[in-house]
Design a protein around this ligand. Structure first.
Ligand code: UTP
Length: 484
């Protein structure tokens, strides 16, 4: 029976039964002290959770650490090189054309996952609202919007933009888009939808934590939740109605990412790919990125922590790392694939992963939500790359750090990596590389880094070839800030 037709009392009885079976009756500890609205809220949360699945996960992932089962067979999943040799030149040329054609025909959409909590950065607001660019400090969302607008102009097309939020940042994200006039994009081409949530569990007891008397401590269920949320939110249906065939998947924290890459889209489409990926060659053997592998005959990503040292460090005859292709969460996913996995018999389930995090919990004695200093809880998350084993076809294309990867994960502090300061350098370095290709003289410091700050707006260029049309300076003066 639909919950709307039940009385609060009936809903309470159902909730009690589910929670008692799951040994989580503490969730209703303060129920009798709540107002009707508060009762609605906590019952709604309880009803949104699969407590049978949680009981299993508390055993396997909270009270115990899930064990990684070593695969029977494992080998590296080869990737296509960033720059094709003679043998691949024709294939790349054809693929780029095919990608551009799909774009011109309006068959490609952009997808940004922005449901994470961004706890490491510590920014007060959705991560997409973080002022990210080197000089103008435009927010990450604006950076992507500018990319989309430029690509729309270039390919004389419409590129709908789907953005996954979580119930925690959905309202703030919508308000941010509205406040900024959707960054110049038409609102009917933007669809924002929230992902699913999971309760956070006390790491020692396995009990679901209450954040306040009327609310569980809930956390987004990982970027893997996108594959279900695209379906349940109606985004997939909207895409199908618009004739979208390919979805270009990027994360909200990397302003250098090619939101739309015709070559990558074309290589994927020409191979009839279900879900394809970009790979970044690891900088050193134990770099903390998942690695593309073929596991028991299937495309997979193995987390760095699960890849045995001898494999992580294995080199071929040329001294190159054998397990080298790092996963940086850039994908193209075909809408047929999203539909297929969601509508197949029994649906699909991605494996959960354990993340030890600091999660606020209700302190009854002091009547406050305590923000712990150390991780106290387990969040359960699924990863989008765990859909790769379900793919019949998938390609991997190499990219490189300067070109496409400088995420903002952490707050600035001395020595920090993947933070706003390193991202500013990354943006400058890529702009310098593109400008140098067109003859602009770039000042460099002794250590080889660019002796200037350069921001190349996506409205001007999303690919070096776009610089052809611009009036460029002949050189950049040392120590200056240059906005192009
Ligand atoms: P991260 O793994 O960096 O997590 O997300 P995060 O939540 O943003 O940051 P921390 O770990 O709390 O500091 C990588 C990408 O996946 C998205 C994020 O928004 C980011 O774009 N993501 C992550 C989701 O959309 N949903 C999630 O549940 C988790």
């Amino acid at each position: 029976m639909a919950t709307q037709t039940l009385t609060l009392e009936q809903r309470l009885e159902n909730a009690k039964a589910a929670l008692e079976k799951a040994d989580q009756a503490q969730v209703l500890k303060y129920y009798d002290q709540l107002t009707d609205d508060q009762k609605e809220q906590i019952l709604g949360q309880i009803e949104s959770i699969d407590w049978v699945e949680c009981t299993r996960l508390v055993q396997s992932h909270v009270l115990n650490k899930p064990e990684f089962k070593a695969p029977e067979s494992i080998q590296p999943d080869p990737y296509l090189p960033r720059i094709p040799g003679k043998d691949l030149a024709d294939r790349y040329k054809k693929a780029k054309k095919a990608g551009e054609k799909l774009l011109r025909e309006g068959k490609v959409a952009a997808f940004t996952v922005a449901g994470g909590q961004g706890t490491r950065l510590g920014w007060d607001g959705p991560k997409g609202s973080y002022p990210a660019t080197a000089i103008r400090k435009v927010p990450l969302f604006c950076c992507f919007a500018e990319f989309i607008r430029k690509a729309e102009q270039k390919f004389n097309t419409t590129i709908p933009w789907y953005i996954m939020t979580s119930p925690i940042n959905d309202a703030a994200t919508r308000a941010f888009f509205e406040e900024h006039g959707n960054f110049g994009l038409r609102p009917d081409n933007i669809m924002i939808f929230p992902q699913g949530m999971m309760p956070a569990f006390d790491a020692k007891t396995g009990k679901a934590l209450l954040e306040t008397p009327d609310s569980l401590a809930m956390a987004p269920n990982g970027h893997g939740g996108s594959l279900k949320a695209l379906y349940t939110s109606g985004a997939l249906e909207d895409m199908k109605n618009r004739g979208i065939e390919q979805l270009s998947y990027v994360q909200v924290d990397n302003p250098l990412v090619k939101v739309i890459d015709p070559l990558f889209i074309g290589l994927h489409a020409e191979a009839n790919g279900d879900m394809s990926s970009k790979a970044l060659p690891k900088a050193y053997p134990k770099e903390k990125v998942g690695v593309f592998c073929i596991v028991d005959g299937k495309h997979s990503v193995i987390e760095y922590s699960n890849l045995p040292d001898e494999l992580a460090e294995m080199r071929d005859d040329d001294g190159e790392l054998v397990y080298k292709g790092g996963s940086i969460a850039i994908h193209v996913i075909s809408t047929d694939f999203i539909e297929r996995i969601n509508t197949q018999d029994g649906g699909f389930a991605l494996p959960y992963n354990r993340a030890d995090k600091k999660v606020g919990y209700w302190d009854e004695a002091n009547q406050v939500t305590v923000k712990p200093e150390e991780p106290n809880a387990v969040k359960l998350e699924t990863f989008v790359f765990d859909a790769l084993p379900m793919c019949a076809e998938s390609i991997i294309l190499e990219t490189d750090r300067i070109e496409e990867f400088s995420p903002i994960k952490n707050a600035d502090e001395p020595g920090a990596l993947d933070c706003p300061a390193t991202c500013k350098q990354g943006q400058t370095e890529r702009a310098a590389r593109w400008l140098a290709e067109y003859g602009v003289v770039i000042p460099r410091k002794e250590d080889g880094s660019v002796d200037a700050v350069i921001e190349l707006s996506h409205m001007k260029a999303i690919d070096p070839e776009d610089l052809k049309e611009l009036d460029l300076p002949s050189e950049i003066d040392a120590g200056t800030e240059v906005l192009i």
